[in-house]
Design a binder for this molecule. Structure first.
Ligand SMILES: *[C@@H]1O[C@H](CO)[C@@H](O)[C@H](O)[C@H]1NC(C)=O
Ligand SMILES: *[C@@H]1O[C@H](CO)[C@@H](O)[C@H](O)[C@H]1NC(C)=O
Length: 267
């Protein structure tokens, strides 16, 4: 969707031949704009329950994606979301340590805090942060100095300082009263926008007469002693069910959901 248009419409992008669209099962998403304005799109993919990160080049004139690379790695066993920091470089969250569904279940059941954040580049792949209940959304501050990670089951946003060798150190943890899913950043202000689930149970046991609700939070000045947390949107499921991401651009807001529709708002 081009949020600069007066009445933006969702458009399906064509994908270059050779990429297996039939098994495409997209999850997290991120873009990187290079110095020459080339736009790279990173997508977490789960073809046949496997875990890959796909890198595409966005060709704006043709509204199409040219597939460049599929990345698989033993340190990416259960990838959830990705934030790109170069044309082939990214940070990604693993929401579990295991990839096997039963072991994943056990990991959550036993409350093992084994989820982590991995840095990937063609030369080096390493775990750069660990000890999360379930690391979910990840994003980067506009000045490139901080990585934000949502720990959905712990109800937390972690602020991690990024170092020249790409290692991360924990700077701060912000506790919230909701399940924080994906994080997006307002490019103009640096504010964090979070798609949240006030009641996780309703997500997993779907009952149309008591649907999952939606909540969008804006977090300003996260590094200050008292960050401002504002509930910008809240709904009991009558309009929007299971908000998982809230993306802002130039006074427009697009709220995505787990398995419902998306909501487009003016701020
Ligand atoms: C947000 O999170 C949900 C569930 O964790 C996922 O399915 C979705 O793809 C994510 N969206 C983005 C934009 O990363
Ligand atoms: C949601 O709230 C509206 C009023 O704002 C009410 O009419 C509706 O019954 C509520 N729905 C649920 C599922 O609680």
């Amino acid at each position: 969707m081009d949020l600069k248009e007066e009445r933006p419409r969702a458009l399906e992008l064509r994908v270059s031949r050779g990429f297996d669209l039939a098994s495409f099962n997209p999850h997290g998403i991120s873009t990187f704009v290079d110095r020459d304005d080339t736009v790279y799109l990173f997508v977490v993919n789960h073809p046949e329950f496997k875990n890959t990160v796909e890198i595409f080049k966005f060709e704006e004139e043709e509204n199409s994606l040219l597939h460049l690379k599929t990345i698989r790695h033993e340190l990416l066993p259960s990838v959830n979301d990705v934030t790109a920091v170069g044309p082939t470089h990214f940070y990604a969250t693993n929401d579990h340590y295991f990839s096997d569904p039963f072991l994943k279940y056990l990991e959550t059941y036993l409350n093992l805090r084994w989820a982590n954040v991995v840095y990937y580049s063609p030369n080096e792949v390493k775990v750069v942060a660990e000890g999360f209940d379930s690391a979910n959304g990840i994003n980067i501050s506009p000045d490139n100095k901080f990585i934000y990670v949502a720990d959905i089951l712990a109800h937390e946003i972690h602020v991690l300082e990024k170092h020249p060798n790409m290692n991360l150190t924990q700077r701060k943890v912000l506790e919230l009263d909701t399940l924080v899913d994906n994080l997006s950043i307002d490019p103009s202000s640096g504010d964090i926008w979070a798609g949240c689930h006030p009641n996780g149970q309703k997500l997993f046991i779907y009952d149309p007469s008591n649907p999952p609700s939606s909540e969008v939070l804006r977090i300003q000045n996260i590094l200050s002693e008292k960050p401002t947390v504002t509930t910008v949107y809240a709904n009991n499921g009558s309009v929007l069910q299971g908000s998982s991401v809230a993306s802002v651009f130039d006074g427009r807001l697009l709220v995505g959901t787990l398995y419902h529709r998306a909501l487009y708002c003016k701020l």
